[in-house]
Design a protein around this ligand. Structure first.
Ligand code: SAH
Ligand code: SF4
Ligand code: F3S
Length: 482
């Protein structure tokens, strides 16, 4: 395991090992030597800042990248006035890319003031050939570029960049490899994401993820369970199992196992008190999974079930493999088995060909299902996906107008639902000091809604009973029970 590695015993006069993760340990040791030289010259350790632009999977990758940088000897900082700034990018919507280029311009001004500064970009956006060309052409001051498939190689790539002092680019099209046992640095001491699979095979017609994250690969259950046992021993009480389509977990393993079976094995781990997962695809959510959630004491009574559109016609064009009726039936089945479950969703407005009638179908589903909350997105054209070439792209004013109507509907339902729980006492995992009032803390209910209540920071990382006093739309004000 990584924690037992004695980096100072690695002989850097030898050739680097071929096998992973030993090869990366070698390069971490090599970079450590460089950090020592930096410290001698500058009288301080170099600082690293890693910024996440994307989803939970992207955030988990950032924790791994920061883990490697800390093992090398960097000090962590939130400020971009650092010696190493790494942008972990997202490309799911077009404006995400524009944001990164805007921020790169700012980094260039910082680099002029600090010639030691290294700028690196990785993540989903770097898996697109056009973006790499743009970086090569117009952003020569970027030192290091890599993709989603080789994040485990950070130390090796950094060593190469330090040695050559040239713009270093290494992006792979796909991979079948999963490298275990590398360092990682968690953002929270008491909760953690855990990857159970990588990539996606679904090819929803609007979505770039399968192109930038590659084909579906599941981690071995033993690796996952060992990671969670270690996290539990380290004080983690809540875990979020991560995958683009967790329902298909385990299907391609040598000894296949279902997602529901994996959940049962996770449930058996002492110390873990809350289990979450995302994202299950509605097309293959099994009865077995519903039964496991219903019986579980640890799986949070919340399910994120992205609908994307309520129109069967649009769902077909989206390649989602379910109809409006099938989705509603699934919701009914879940609610019958687990009456107190809260359901959340993702919705795209303005998909090519979406008519007013299609949009009304979406509104109808929202009214019927009564979502606790929803992530709503304006459709964004991603070149390279089939939907980008579809006829009848919806004019942006039309899409925006629908988007606002949808938001109003969702807010109405959410406030109604949150109002209903007022007066009840629920368990809250306390996550942080309140950002507005230092005498208050902020935490989450099992259904993921936020609660603010008077309390001290010693409560952070514990689960406490809180009476919900006031509903404020998407959050509550509460009072701790004794
Ligand atoms: N694997 C998850 C979603 C990952 S992407 C799932 O299948 O549910 C997260 C969300 O981004 C999607 O659910 C979708 O609502 C949104 N999204 C993806 N591509 C988009 C696009 N081209 N335009 C707008 N929203 C998009
Ligand atoms: Fe994208 Fe669909 Fe895969 Fe989700 S399931 S990541 S929306 S292609
Ligand atoms: Fe996630 Fe964005 Fe990549 S949503 S998988 S970081 S494109």
């Amino acid at each position: 395991m990584y924690h037992e590695i004695e980096f100072n015993k690695i002989d850097l006069n030898l050739d680097p090992p071929i096998e992973e993760p030993e090869r990366q340990y070698y390069y971490i040791a090599k970079c450590q030597k460089w950090v020592k030289e930096f410290e001698q010259k500058q009288g301080r350790l170099p600082k690293a800042c890693v910024t996440t632009f994307g989803c939970q999977m992207n955030a988990r990758d950032s924790e791994k990248l920061l883990g490697v940088l800390k093992a090398i000897g960097y000090e962590e900082t939130d400020s971009e006035k650092a010696d190493f700034v790494l942008y972990n990018t997202c490309t799911v919507r077009e404006n995400a890319n524009q944001k990164v280029y805007g921020k790169l311009g700012f980094l260039q001004t910082l680099k002029r003031k600090n010639p030691n500064m290294k700028i690196a970009i990785c993540g989903c956006m770097m898996q697109e050939a056009d973006e790499i060309e743009t970086i090569k052409r117009s952003y020569r001051f970027v030192d290091l570029v890599f993709g989603t498939h080789n994040i485990y190689k950070l130390a090796e790539l950094l060593a190469k960049q330090i040695e050559t002092q040239k713009q270093t680019i290494d992006v792979w099209e796909d991979t079948t490899e999963i490298v275990e046992s590398l360092p990682n640095q968690r953002k929270f001491s008491f909760k953690s994401g855990v990857n159970i699979m990588f990539g996606c095979n679904n090819f929803c017609s609007y979505c770039i993820v399968p192109y930038v994250r590659g084909r579906e690969r599941s981690r071995n259950p033993e690796d996952i369970l060992n990671e969670i046992k270690k996290l539990a021993a380290d004080g983690v009480i809540e875990i979020m199992l991560l995958g683009q389509n967790v329902n298909s977990y385990g299907k391609t393993l040598k000894q296949p196992i279902t997602f529901a079976q994996l959940l049962q094995r996770v449930e058996a781990i002492d110390g873990i008190e809350r289990i979450r997962f995302m994202t299950p695809h509605p097309k293959d959510l099994s009865d077995e999974l519903i039964a496991v959630i219903a019986q579980s004491k640890k799986i949070c009574k919340q399910i994120h079930l992205p609908i994307q559109s309520g129109s069967t016609e649009i769902l077909k064009k989206m390649n989602r493999h379910y109809t409006k009726e099938q989705y509603l039936k699934l919701v009914e089945k879940i609610r019958t088995a687990i009456p107190d479950i809260s359901i959340t969703t993702d919705i795209i407005v303005g998909f090519p060909g979406e008519t007013e009638a299609d949009f009304l179908e979406t509104l109808d589903v929202v009214k019927q299902v009564q979502y606790e909350s929803a992530f709503t997105f304006l459709y964004s054209k991603r070149s390279g996906t089939p939907a980008a070439d579809m006829p009848d792209q919806v004019p942006s004013e039309v899409a925006k107008e629908r988007f606002h109507r949808l938001l109003t509907e969702i807010q109405t339902t959410s406030s109604k639902l949150t109002e209903k729980a007022v007066g009840k006492t629920e368990f809250v995992l306390v996550e942080e000091q309140n950002t507005q009032n230092p005498e208050m803390v902020t935490g989450r209910l099992s259904n993921n809604l936020i609660v603010h209540f008077p309390g001290s920071i010693e409560l952070i990382g514990t689960i406490v009973p809180v009476k919900l006093i006031k509903a404020k739309g998407f959050y509550y004000l509460g009072e701790k029970e004794n």
